[in-house]
Ligand binder design. Sequence first.
Ligand SMILES: Cc1cc2nc3c(=O)[nH]c(=O)nc-3n(C[C@H](O)[C@H](O)[C@H](O)COP(=O)(O)OP(=O)(O)OC[C@H]3O[C@@H](n4cnc5c(N)ncnc54)[C@H](O)[C@@H]3O)c2cc1C
Length: 625
Amino acid sequence: MDGMDMASMGGMDMGSQSLFVSTNQAIARGYWYGIAGITGLLTIIRLVSIAQTRHRLKRQERDPHCVPSRPRSFFSQAYATATATIRELSYAQPVYFTGRISKYFSPLPVGKWLVLAAYWTAILIFLWSNTILKPKDAMYAYKWEKVGFRAAWVTIAQIPFIYLLSMKFSPLTFLTGTSYERINWLHRWTARTVFLTAIVHWSFFLHEWWLADFVALEIKMMPMVRYGFGAFGTITWMILSGFGFFRAVSYEIFVAQHIAAAGVLLWLLFCHVPAYARWNVWLSVAFIAFDWSMRIVWNTLRNTHLLGGSKMRAPGYSARLEALPGDMVRLTISGTDFSWKAGQHLYLTIPRLRPLELHPFTLANASEASKEGGSDLTMLVKARSGFSKSLHKAALKSQDTGRTYRALLSGPWGVPPDLRSYETVVFIGCSSGASFVVPLLQELASKRTCVRRITLHWIIRHGEHLGWYEDTLTSIVESARACGVSVQITVHVTQVLGAGSSVVTDDMELKEAASHPVMEVESRSDQSSSSASMSSAEDEKTPLSRAHLPRTSSLTVANSSRPTVEAMIRPAVEGALGETAVVVCGGLSITAQARTFVAALSDERAVHKGTGAQGIFLFTETYGW
Ligand SMILES: Cc1cc2nc3c(=O)[nH]c(=O)nc-3n(C[C@H](O)[C@H](O)[C@H](O)COP(=O)(O)OP(=O)(O)OC[C@H]3O[C@@H](n4cnc5c(N)ncnc54)[C@H](O)[C@@H]3O)c2cc1C
């Protein structure tokens, strides 16, 4: 019986099942070899990228006049061409919706569709290879069961992958460097795929029972069938309740019922599948147990300060709240006992305000690891509903009293992009999206890296919102000169407040009338020894200098309508001598437009295809909006 568990089979046709088991188990193993193989490939790509960054930084240190991101060898040129082609294929997101409900139906970017297409192709091959029996086959009588059993294995093999994709402490993140929140979409789509393969599984069995007029008896005699339908019902519920709209209605209820349903699903599957397939359930349990144990240990250490090495402190952190214009709150924790990377986020709980809620917010300033007494940590929180509104009310109340709140933190989480090896960097932040891009800028403009030119476009509604970051931006512009980098910051104010508070519609007119540099700082004179200004198509061998840089770093405030992504990205890319990184943080509309534009621009310039045009890397963040 091939090690089969009679009890768990519940009387199903043992002969047919044992006949199919070895092939089906091989298919399930093949699925996991595939996942391991792709993870291995992504790990290698990550290692190459880390090595490339180190190599570029070393070259820059050895020869400050070179542009290390321009490929020199045949291998690096071929790698750059392959990278540019993949970026052009995958970045675009031509269709997106912004309506209250329709936004949940926005199609994915092309790259994610390509990943899904590859995944579905593999699943279809697993499902249908050698499963259609012909009348002359000896096993023809089992034609329905053959497909039913194959679909069962294809379904159960995917279950641990869904749980793996839900982990925060994930081996996938550790190996591939992709953070948990950026693979969440795959978690949802794998679950949707399981929903479909599960339909194939039960519908083929049901059809067979129906032909034999056996449906009621089968369900009555075989408890495993009832557990199976229970599991399918639970998956259906999880998929429907996980739909973006329902998640938005009440996130906490969504999370609570989703975790409960995930537990129930594993129990139902444990009862449904035969013993030799239960390793899939145990593997899922192992993933979850590991993740949650690590989270508990990590959060306990963070909030009890056991890792900080500082003297005894009360659990948690003392947070000050400050209400800012535009329903914004600045939360500040002084003297933290940990550091973070710019662009990472923390989960925040303030038990006195809302004890059971924890929300992710980006660390709005760069960590100052060397600061005595620990780095100050800030978060910029936009008051929307629920927790963030309570935070805003508390900030207004504590304005006069100076009251502080005990905060519990989880994190830091996230794997932000490493921008040190690019030649030009363009940051685009919409409103509170600045809390993602400004710390990255702060970090880049404070070190000597390969980056020579940085542009930041910050789009805000009202001039008074400038106060959220005015001091930080001013000090970035001041300090940029010491690192030999030119920083051009433009703050686009899209609504002019005043009598009647008018909305600006005529971009050009108002830009000319109202743009004014708030400050300008001269670049270092010792950097400009030669005068040749270069086009990005020029040959690598030509001696390069920093003379092509704009001579100043500046902070400009422009009253204008929202600038187009083309106006913000194209000039920087066309002026770049090496690879450009574009980082955008904002809603779906601006990130999708940036994705599509960067793909088109790379194609238009025939990047790394003989024209001399250099690569464009893109990273977008939407804060789940
Ligand atoms: C990685 C990341 C970084 C973020 N950084 C910032 C930031 O710096 N500043 C800022 O203003 N906003 C940020 N956000 C958005 C912020 O987390 C939500 O706006 C906030 O949680 C909404 O809470 P609420 O109580 O006001 O609204 P709710 O009504 O409770 O939630 C509204 C929506 O916010 C999202 N949300 C709520 N809780 C969570 C959670 N625990 N995990 C994931 N999503 C959740 C859900 O989509 C939900 O539908 C970030 C989000 C993410 C995912």
